[in-house]
Ligand binder design. Structure first.
Ligand code: SF4
Length: 326
C-alpha cells in the first residue's frame, strides 16, 4: 500500500442558512494515496463537491465554513495555513478541474494566456518557453492543432475542447494532486470516453494522485483504483473498484449498482432507489439511509452506524456488519 499524500480527518463543513444548518459534509475521514485514483461517488447534493472545495479552502464563507477537522497535505494541515500559503498551494500543488469549463474559464482571455498564467509564475521561464509549455500541455490533453488553439477564446471552442483546455490549465503548475469534479458531466457521451482516457493517461504518465468526483458509478471502473461512496454528507463504504462493483456491501451501494443501465439491461428490469435523499438540515436519526433501506433493523433508526472493517482496506458504515455471522 502506498503512502498517503492527503489525509482528511473528521471533516465537517456546514452552511449556516436562514432555514437552518446544512451539514453538507459531516465527519468524513479518508486518505488519498500517492499515484492513485480515488473516486468519490454519490447522488447530487451528497457533499462530494463541498469536500473538494473544503480541501482547497474555496467554500463560500458566509454561509459555509469548515467547522472541524484536519486536512493534511503531507505534514501540512491546510486548515491551519494562512490564506497566502493556501493560494500558493492551490494550482501549484493541488489543482482542480471544475465541472463547468465554460464558467471556469475567463471569456475575455485566450486559452493560451489563461494556461500560461501559472507557467509564467516560474522565474526561469521566458516568454518563448512559456508558449512552448502551453502548446505541450495542450498536446498532452489531446487538443487538435494546439499551435492555433492557443489564440482561441473559450466561446470559440466546443464543450469537449473547453474541458481539455481546463485540464491543461490545471496541469500548468505541475500539481501533485488533481481534483476533478464531475469533469465528464457537461460533455456529450462520445467526448466523455476521451476525457476519461486523458485522466487515465495523466495518472500513469505524471504519477499524480487523482481525486475523481462523479455521480456516475458506471464510469469509475474505467479510471479508479478505489471508491468511496458518499450519502448525506457521510462516507458509507470504501473499497477497491473491483471489490465494490463485484461485491458491494452497503445497502445504498447495492441500490446504486442496481441502477446502472448496463446491469439492469442484463437483469431485464430498471431499478430505482425508493424514497428521497435525506434532508441535510433535519436529517433522519441513526443511519441516514434507514428510511430507504429494505434491510433496516430496529437499531438503524436509533444509532448511527460506526465503521466496520469487513476486509483489509474495506470499510462499511452499516449495522448489518456488526453481526459476527456476516
Ligand atoms: Fe440499512 Fe441499517 Fe445498514 Fe443503514 S445501518 S444501511 S438502515 S441496514
Amino acid at each position: 500500500m502506498t503512502e498517503a499524500i492527503l489525509r482528511i480527518r473528521n471533516l465537517r463543513t456546514y452552511f449556516f442558512t436562514r432555514r437552518g444548518i446544512v451539514k453538507a459534509v459531516d465527519g468524513i475521514d479518508f486518505d488519498l494515496r500517492k499515484s492513485e485514483c480515488l473516486c468519490l461517488v454519490g447522488e447530487s447534493g451528497c457533499g462530494k463537491t463541498v469536500t473538494a472545495l473544503s480541501i482547497l479552502n474555496l467554500v463560500d464563507s458566509p454561509p459555509g465554513r469548515v467547522v472541524s477537522g484536519e486536512i493534511y497535505y503531507d505534514s501540512l494541515n491546510l486548515l491551519k495555513c494562512p490564506p497566502d500559503q493556501i493560494r500558493r498551494i492551490r494550482g501549484k500543488e493541488i489543482a482542480m478541474v471544475f465541472q463547468d469549463a465554460q464558467s471556469a474559464l475567463n471569456p475575455v482571455f485566450t486559452i493560451g494566456d489563461q494556461i500560461a498564467e501559472q507557467v509564467k509564475l516560474r522565474p526561469e521561464v521566458n516568454q518563448r518557453e512559456a508558449k512552448e509549455q502551453v502548446i505541450n500541455l495542450l498536446k498532452e490533453v489531446g487538443m487538435p492543432i494546439p499551435e492555433k488553439m492557443i489564440g482561441y477564446y473559450p466561446h470559440q471552442l466546443s464543450g469537449g475542447m473547453r474541458q481539455r483546455a481546463m485540464i491543461a490549465m490545471s496541469l500548468s503548475g505541475d500539481p501533485q494532486i488533481l481534483i476533478a469534479d464531475e469533469p465528464t458531466t457537461a460533455v456529450d457521451v462520445t467526448v466523455k470516453g476521451q476525457i476519461l482516457d486523458i485522466f487515465s493517461q495523466l495518472k500513469s504518465t505524471r504519477q499524480m494522485s487523482l481525486l475523481f468526483i462523479t455521480h456516475e458509478l458506471g464510469i469509475v471502473s474505467e479510471i479508479g483504483d478505489r471508491i468511496m461512496v458518499m450519502y448525506g454528507g457521510k462516507i458509507v463504504e470504501t473499497a477497491t473498484v473491483s471489490e465494490l462493483l463485484n461485491n458491494p456491501k452497503h445497502p445504498y451501494t447495492i441500490s446504486l449498482i442496481k441502477c446502472l443501465p448496463d446491469i439492469t439491461q442484463v437483469m431485464g428490469r430498471l431499478e430505482s432507489i425508493p424514497g428521497t435523499v435525506p434532508s441535510l438540515i433535519n436529517p433522519p436519526s441513526g443511519c441516514l439511509f434507514h428510511p430507504r433501506c429494505d434491510k433496516a433493523m430496529a437499531v438503524c433508526s436509533k444509532e448511527e452506524p460506526p465503521p466496520f472493517i469487513v476486509a483489509e482496506g474495506r470499510t462499511v458504515f452499516c449495522h448489518l456488519y456488526s453481526r459476527p455471522e456476516r
